[in-house]
Design a protein around this ligand. Sequence first.
Ligand SMILES: [Zn+2]
Length: 352
Amino acid sequence: MMKSLLGARYGRWLGHCVVLALFAAHTAGADPIAGAPRLYVSDERGGNVVIVDPQSASVIARIPVGKRPRGIQVSPDHKRVYVALSGSPMGGPNVDESKLPPPDRRYDGIGVVDLEAQKLVNTYQSGADPETFALSRDGKILYVSNEDTGMLSAVDLVKGVVASTVAVGSEPEGVAVSADEQRVYVTCETSNSVYVVDAPHMKVLAQRPEVQAVDLCARPPSTKPLQVAVTFDDGYKDNLYTAAPILLKFQIPFTVFVTTSFIRGGSPTYLSASELRELGSLPGVNIGSHGATHLPLARCDDATLWQELYESRCYLEDVIGKAVKAIAYPHGSVNRRVRDAARFHRPCVHGA
Ligand SMILES: [Zn+2]
């Protein structure tokens, strides 16, 4: 059984698909309680949320949550875990679905696990057969794929009700919300399509949208609902020898964000200065900054921040002989001070 998730990092217009090949298990992020990382796994057959300590590779707790837990997410404040629960019988490959018992909708819902108490404390309405879901950034709306009924439901977590629904393709599974929260993307398994839904109005904008690969800095005007910019970080050698030939063949522009100390270090893993020059001279290839030494910029003092931005830009411009117009912040570490400093250096600043 393959479950798919559609992820989108539109901070840098980077769209990508992640396929999870976990049988009967979904996982969700790290838990900051006491600073220890935690892995949360939905155990579809056992009806549990399993808490794993990844450092010792041991199970810390098994929390009974109900029938068929699948999609799982940690709340933005990391105090709860949400988990999709379904009263539909388990199907899958080689199962004659006509012989399965009817679904019991009493068990459908989004379970809420309190992480401190380590127990299920609530179950929200979810619409029928919730498979996975995505949370709005403020944690107030949960967009749920309803697999059996081909719907997307928006659950208002403040009121605890399904606020609105919209019909999408058949067997909707992965759900993702765009960074500006205006769009919800839903992968639909048996209709082989991605639905793009206007989030505030819950209306389908496009089905199987045409994807346009764009230059990160050019941002051409487009009516196409999905624009993607391909980017690479750090300055690996395979950007030149593996990625570039394929992307050039399909005329897909891309940007490589380079950490200059990696280039100067002489490591066989990273591009040399002459390879970087060659990469930067290819049509449709932009070279951007990824700092001088890959430090998290938000944690740097002003002098170091300045040095990281200035040194990397000057070195790159010297090597490629062109203006460097973009930056990707190492470790995604950014705040207003970093953004202002980067803008001062160059008008065109991207990155996440
Ligand atoms: Zn990096």
